[in-house]
Design a protein around this ligand. Structure first.
Ligand code: FAD
Length: 401
């Protein structure tokens, strides 16, 4: 038979391929990726440390064959014929499918009119990471546009490799999206202490590149001249295929709570799709997070096999900068109150509650694994739609359990 086909051999696609087997599927499984490499982990690409130096495969190559998963590398799917249940590949081949999973991920947002040349970079792939690390060595000056996770992690990596780093954020502070102000400011202060020059709340007038420098003219008249610039201003879902097939889109490929698209035989998972978050009454979001890609890969596989599994995970994200780890469980939008709990002198958890006292989210910042346990417990409270006593949350001597 034509079997199960997965487009996109990243975190979500690889997990779904193995999950099909774990759940007993015996037909053919084909995983198609347009990158030349064995599927690899993206988080290390922006993290300081040894892992960032080489490609870290998601699973060892031999496991694909062992699981009977056919992996196509370096091959792009260019169109879906939904009526004929067939995919077109860039090299002219076609491939039939019984059920299809779109796990196409996202691509870095670009600045309109700014080409990525030799001195302007974005970060999503292992090649782009290698090019950026090359600039960071030899004490050169790296400018970073965007104080999001990738920009901040790269700033820390740049300092570790001995670069001069200037980070420009047009918003009034870093991490405006998804991270509460006290934790964002704590991180910002740490970056400054590590020697990162952070400029917030100033617009960009022009960016120009010549043979030796990239020059960023700021709206307040300042000019930053750097050896290279990384543009880290977010990512856009890869929806070309879905759009060409006429699938419903809404900030990504729109799926329902079983990760089905508007075509009954096509599913989507990971960074490319938006889905209704059960724990917030079905509010639709698109997440760019490693664990979300994994969990959606698992649930999509179950539903491709005709099971009726609702996706109900609580959103979760982490970021590593210097020796600090930030973790966020849940979405704090709509929170009206924040309760702080000190885990230690260096580690803090913030709980975000709505007007009814329901715990919507928790975010924590601290060295190493200091906040992991409390965030894990908070995540369970969010999943249970709990209304915990705020004074108990604030008191470190009261166990969250
Ligand atoms: P991807 O991993 O992007 O995989 C999609 C794949 O599909 C890609 O290989 C793409 O080339 C391929 N593809 C697209 N279209 C086609 C086509 N038509 N034909 C064939 N192949 C196609 N998350 C965290 O939670 N914590 C972190 O600390 C963290 N750090 C990160 C650091 C970096 C530098 C980056 C880039 C991401 C980070 N993330 C982090 C996010 C996390 O890596 C993503 O959420 C995750 O990779 C999403 O998996 P995915 O399978 O949806 O997409």
């Amino acid at each position: 038979s034509s079997g199960m086909v997965i487009v996109g051999a990243g975190e979500a696609g690889v997990r779904a391929g193995f999950a099909l087997r774990e759940q007993g599927y015996q037909g053919t499984v084909t995983l198609i990726g347009d990158e030349p490499h064995l599927p690899y982990e993206r988080p290390p690409l922006s993290k300081t440390g040894a892992e960032a130096e080489s490609v870290r495969p998601i699973v060892a190559e031999a496991r694909f064959a062992e699981a009977g998963i056919t992996l196509f590398r370096g091959r792009k799917v260019t169109a879906i014929d939904t009526a004929g249940h067939t995919l077109a590949l860039g090299d002219g081949d076609s491939l039939p499918y019984e059920r299809l999973l779109l796990a196409t991920g996202a691509s870095p947002r670009r600045l309109p009119g700014l080409e990525c040349g030799t001195r302007v970079h974005v970060l999503r792939t292992v090649e782009q990471a290698a090019a950026i690390r090359e600039v960071m060595r030899h004490g050169r000056h790296l400018a970073i546009l965007g104080g999001g996770f990738i920009g901040l992690e790269l700033a820390a990596m740049g300092r570790a490799l001995g670069a001069t780093v200037t980070l420009i954020e047009v918003q009034p502070r870093v991490l405006m999206r998804g991270v509460p102000e006290p934790l964002a400011l704590a991180l910002q202060t740490r970056h400054q202490a590590e020697g990162v020059n952070i400029i917030c709340g100033v617009g960009i007038e022009t960016i120009t590149e010549n043979d030796t420098l990239v020059s960023i003219a700021l709206a307040d008249g300042r000019r930053i001249a750097a050896d290279a610039l990384v543009v880290g201003i977010g990512a856009e879902p890869n929806t070309m295929l879905a759009a060409g097939a006429g699938l419903a889109l809404e900030n990504g490929i729109a799926v329902d709570d079983r990760l089905r698209t508007s075509d009954p035989d096509i599913f989507a998972a990971g960074d490319c799709c938006s889905y209704p978050v059960a724990v917030y009454g079905g509010r639709r979001v698109r997440l760019e997070s490693w664990r979300n890609a994994q969990e959606q890969g698992n649930v999509a596989a179950a539903n491709m096999l005709g099971k009726a599994e609702a996706f109900d995970a609580v959103p979760w994200f982490w970021s590593d900068q210097y020796d600090l780890t930030l973790q966020v469980a849940g979405l704090s939008d709509g929170a009206t109150a924040t309760v702080s709990r000190s885990v230690s002198t260096e580690a803090e958890i913030l709980f975000h509650l709505d007007a009814d006292g329901r715990l919507l989210a928790a975010s924590g910042l601290g060295p190493g694994g200091a906040v992991a346990r409390d965030i894990r417990l908070a995540e369970m409270l969010v999943a249970r739609r709990a209304h915990p006593d705020p004074s108990a949350l604030a008191d470190p001597s009261v166990k969250l359990k």
